[in-house]
Design a binder for this molecule. Structure first.
Ligand code: GRF
Length: 207
């Protein structure tokens, strides 16, 4: 029998995606366990969500580790110490060093609130509204050294409604994120994701 995939989840904020992953594990929709949650912000609500489930947490701050190399080095030490097989960025608001990204290449995922490559970076939902697109959505992708440029794993479209504000559209995208991220992690856990050059192939198709 395959051992459950060990996840390391990096957070900075509310942690609704972390919660969705925790819930999917609890409902046995996801054959993984969270080995560690790391936050760069001690006040992040995501940490409380982890504490509530007795998940080990670590806080790594820029004050303690002022250089990006030392900061990321500390995170790698913690993640590797917990034998993490997949690192999940879930609202982690810091740029990662190329060293960190290379170390976890093919086992470092992010979720972004747009249909990449449209609207990378900050304020993706407002960018979509400003462009007047009729559809946006969310993307789970492997992380490479660029900003939101890595190979796409799964995407879910969300229609933009005439009366949408940034808040209402964000809310509907979030609901889809909470389904899409656990699904992508489960595909990885089942060994169904293959990365060839820039393309992600999913054996047996999407669940
Ligand atoms: C999500 O919208 C995700 O797409 C982006 O950061 C946000 C995190 O939200 N990368 P939460 O902390 O999981 O609620």
């Amino acid at each position: 029998m395959r051992l459950p995939l060990r996840l390391g989840v990096l957070v900075s904020g509310n942690g609704t995606n972390l919660q969705a992953i925790l819930d999917a594990i609890e409902r046995k929709k996801l054959s993984a366990e969270i080995a560690l949650v790391i936050s760069n912000r001690p006040e992040a609500h995501a940490l409380q969500r982890a504490r509530d489930k007795k998940i080990p947490i670590a806080v790594v701050t820029a004050q303690e580790y002022p250089s990006r190399e030392s900061f990321d080095g500390k995170m790698s030490e913690q993640l590797d110490g917990k034998k993490v097989g997949l690192v999940i960025l879930a609202g982690f608001m810091r740029i990662l060093t190329p060293t960190f990204v290379r170390h976890y290449q093919g086992r470092l995922m992010n979720i972004h609130p747009s249909l990449l490559p449209s609207f990378p970076g900050l304020h993706a939902v407002q960018q979509a509204l400003d462009h007047g697109v009729k559809q946006t959505g969310c993307t789970v992708h492997f992380v490479d050294e660029g900003t939101d440029t890595g190979p796409v794993i799964l995407q879910q479209a969300v229609p933009v409604l005439d009366n949408d504000t940034e808040a209402t559209l964000t809310e509907r995208i979030h609901r889809e994120e909470h389904k899409l991220y656990p699904k992508a992690i489960e595909l990885f856990a089942q060994g169904k994701i293959r990365l060839t050059n820039r393309r992600v192939l999913i054996s047996g198709g999407v669940l």
